[in-house]
Design a protein around this ligand. Structure first.
Ligand SMILES: *Cc1c(COP(=O)(O)O)cnc(C)c1O
Length: 386
């Protein structure tokens, strides 16, 4: 179905087109200057020492799991309320994802419930900045320090989000993607910036960075290595020069991009916050979101009406998302690990009640008004259905 207003839409200008076209004039289509430049821009942006560009966020997560030596029999504590890749990357190496229920407000892993699930098999915590909402990094850092675990940040949805450890508005904020031993960003077309497909590993640890770089490039040695010499098991997870050039062009516009997204979210907030049955996104004091999506939570009489509302909106040409189906309820997880309804009640409850509205950089004010008007009508129609 072709929507009048899609859920998301990449924002490609002449500067991206020109940047990609320029690469095509050269003979350097992989592992060239753009790759280095894109990595440098990302390291500076996030405030980390090392970055490795890869061909997807999922590839980045996989390499981090491997670089940390997580293997068969190990356990990694993570959230069931996320995109499936944040858990699959643990399965790639035959380790076991151990899910912890989420916080009702932030939709992120509930840090209070983590310690009871730590065993001698636990090697790491993999937390996700879901819907751009920073996880509770302060607490997570304390837990991993106490139990000597690794901390991994899946920041695929939070490029540009900022976290304040004290909650104070004046305190210094740090960028999501800079916490833990290593983190990722992702550049699929629905993310804040896109390279088509693409991802970035971020870390302050040189060894992790070097190991990831080598594994992304077929296990080649970092410098002086011969092209046909492979010192470890590797993959082809490289990001090509056209994608890097596009990423650079997008990052040159990052202030504009984040500003546009914040503006859309601000208008939604104002229009929706007083509607009964709708909870607008929670933002913890001191934090700043980069607005991957705009997700409302239905409550009260509207609780069970999410899918009806999505359908009514679709009939009017507006695409809404039912983010996220919990990971433990995905068919192959249920089969493989025998999860059942009720295992993670908060995540399940949130999952049934959350609804993503269209949000993209160039969503016009009149289009937002159109979405809001139709949402109100869809709600009153939905309420009439038993
Ligand atoms: C998008 C996303 C990923 C994966 O990124 P890809 O580039 O699509 O592989 C991982 N985790 C989360 C939470 C995501 O939203």
């Amino acid at each position: 179905m072709k929507y009048k207003i899609p859920l998301s839409k990449p924002d490609i200008t002449n500067s991206e087109k020109k940047a990609v076209a320029e690469v095509l004039e050269t003979s350097s289509l992989s592992l060239g200057e753009k790759y280095k430049e894109f990595e440098k821009i990302m390291a500076d942006f996030a405030g980390v020492k090392f970055t490795v560009a890869v061909n997807s966020g999922t590839s980045g997560l996989h390499l981090i799991i491997r670089a940390l030596g997580i293997k068969d029999g190990d356990e990694v504590i993570t959230t069931p309320f996320s995109f499936i890749a944040s858990s699959n990357c643990i399965l790639f190496e035959k380790a076991k994802p151990v899910f912890i229920d989420i916080d009702e407000k932030t939709f992120n892993i509930d840090v209070k419930k983590i310690e009871e699930k730590i065993t001698e098999k636990t090697k790491a915590i993999l937390a996700v900045d879901v819907f751009s909402q920073p996880a509770d990094w302060n607490e997570l850092q304390k837990i991993v320090k106490k139990h000597k675990l690794f901390l991994i940040e899946d920041s695929a949805e939070a490029l540009g989000s900022e976290y304040s450890s004290t909650g104070s508005l004046r305190a210094k904020r740090e960028k999501c993607g800079s916490f833990g031993d290593a983190a990722i960003y992702a550049f699929y077309p629905n993310k804040q910036i896109t390279t088509g497909e693409g991802g970035m590993i971020l870390t302050n640890n040189r060894k992790i960075a070097e190991s990831c770089r080598s594994m992304a490039n077929q296990g080649r040695e970092k410098k002086n290595g011969k092209w046909l010499e492979h010192i470890r098991l590797g993959y082809n997870y490289r990001l090509d020069e056209m994608s890097c050039a596009m990423g650079i062009a997008q990052m040159k516009r990052i202030k504009e991009i984040l500003g546009k997204r914040a503006k859309v979210a601000g208008i939604y907030n104002r229009r929706l916050k007083s509607i009964e049955g709708i909870e607008v996104p929670f933002v913890k004091s001191g934090n700043k979101l980069s607005w991957f999506v705009y997700v409302i939570k239905l409550s009260g009489k509207l609780s069970g009406k999410r899918d009806v509302i999505i359908k009514k909106m679709a009939e009017r040409g507006i695409q809404c998302g039912n983010y996220f189906q919990t990971i433990h309820s995905q068919p192959f997880y249920k089969k493989e690990f025998r999860y059942k309804e009720g295992d993670f009640p908060i995540a399940e409850n949130v999952s049934k009640r959350t609804l993503a509205l269209p949000l993209f950089n160039n969503l016009k004010e009149e289009e937002i008004e159109f979405v809001v008007k139709n949402l109100k009508e869809a709600i009153s129609l939905a309420q009439k259905i038993k």
